[in-house]
Each structure stands twice: as structure tokens, then as C-alpha cells.
Design a protein around this ligand. Sequence first.
Ligand code: DX5
Ligand code: ZN
Length: 228
Amino acid sequence: MKNFFLAPSILSANFSCLGEDIKKVIKAGGDWIHFDVMDNHYVPNLTMGPMILKSLRDYNITVPIDVHLMTKPVDNLIPQFAEAGANFITFHPESTNHIDRTLNLIKDNGCKAGLVFNPATPLNFLDYVIEKLDLIVLMSVNPGFGNQQFLPSTLSKLRKVRKLIEATSLDILLEVDGGVKLENIAEIAFSGANVFVIGSGLFNYSNYDIIVQKIRQELKYAYLKSVH
Ligand code: DX5
Ligand code: ZN
């Protein structure tokens, strides 16, 4: 079966015992950790910095960590997150004056790079940099908060990006972020996503094993539908 990656967004985790909560979600089958960085400037909310990421690495959390920068500017934070143990660093094209330079900075710091598209951000930012990307992220909510409703316009945008990726021979992951739930994940996968950020749709359940198992079943269904 083709690879689908579940990236639990720790924005919805229990911050009073973050390390333990993350270990629980990984044990249940989370593949990556999605780490939302908000600065109360690019988005109206304030979350976590590189020190917290480093403390998770020191706590023996070894899965890939996907840092989603919702900050403006971004460049000064990139070496700090790389040093702290990030694997992927993604940013919004509106948040930097020099997209190409910021992508190079991520790569030069040894991380995989991604661009994040807000619901109303056009895809033409991909035109001259797609070959530098390891990951394309489509926001399916406006960024800033967990537990919002999935915007259905994301599905056609996903199909467009999937076609663009297939037209290149590049190995680019396609991630969707916001409002992903057990109820819509199959349709999202069927529209072309292969990395699923899931915050409240996972952490709001008391038993992570059961919800992850159910999500995997939905993904299997989407996969089978796509090969028939
Ligand atoms: C929103 C964040 C998301 C958020 C997703 O700005 O980028 O990663 O945590 O949370 P849910 O899955 O609850 O929509
Ligand atoms: Zn995010």
C-alpha cells in the first residue's frame, strides 16, 4: 500500500504533560509530529519555539518533526529549529521577502523544505521553486487555531497540486493541514494528499489507539478506491 503519513498536530496535545502525550500518540501509530509555530504577528496566536522542540528530542522523541512556521519573518528561526532537531521546515510564501533564499536556507541547514498555501493563496508561487520542495502543504483552514472546520475548496486544490506533482518526476509529499477528521480523511486522501496533519481529530479522543486504527482503515479504503 502506498505510503500515507499521519502527522499529529501537538497544538491540541496536553501541554501539561507534552512529552508523555506525544509518546502515547506515537505508540498509537502517529508517524510524524506536526509542530505549529505561531508568533502573534503573522497569525493571531502564540505557541512554541525551538527550546520546546529541543526538549522533546532530549525526551527521546525520535520521529520526524515537521515544523510549520506561522511567523513573520522566518529566516532567523530556521537555523534555530534545525539545530533543535527539526526534520521538515515549512513556511508561508507571504511571510518572507525572498522565497528562494528561505528555501535555500532550510536546505543549507540540513532540513527538508516545504511551502504552505493558505486557502486563498494562489499556487503560482510554485512556478519557479517546485524542484526545491520536499513538501507542499495546503491549509484547509485559515491558519492560527486548531479545531476549525475543513474548507471543502481544498479538495479541488489538492487535485490540482497532485497533477502538478505528477507532471514533474519529483518525489514531493502533499500535506493537508486543518480540520482533518476520521469522517473526511478518506476523501482528502482520494483527492491526492499523502500527509495528514490531525490535531483535534486525534487528541480530543481519550483512546488514541482506537482512533488511529479507525483512521488507518479509512486510508486503506481510500487507497483501494484509488486502485480500482
Ligand atoms: C492551524 C494549524 C494546524 C492545526 C490543525 O493553523 O496549522 O496544524 O493544529 O488542527 P486541527 O486538526 O484541529 O484542525
Ligand atoms: Zn500546522
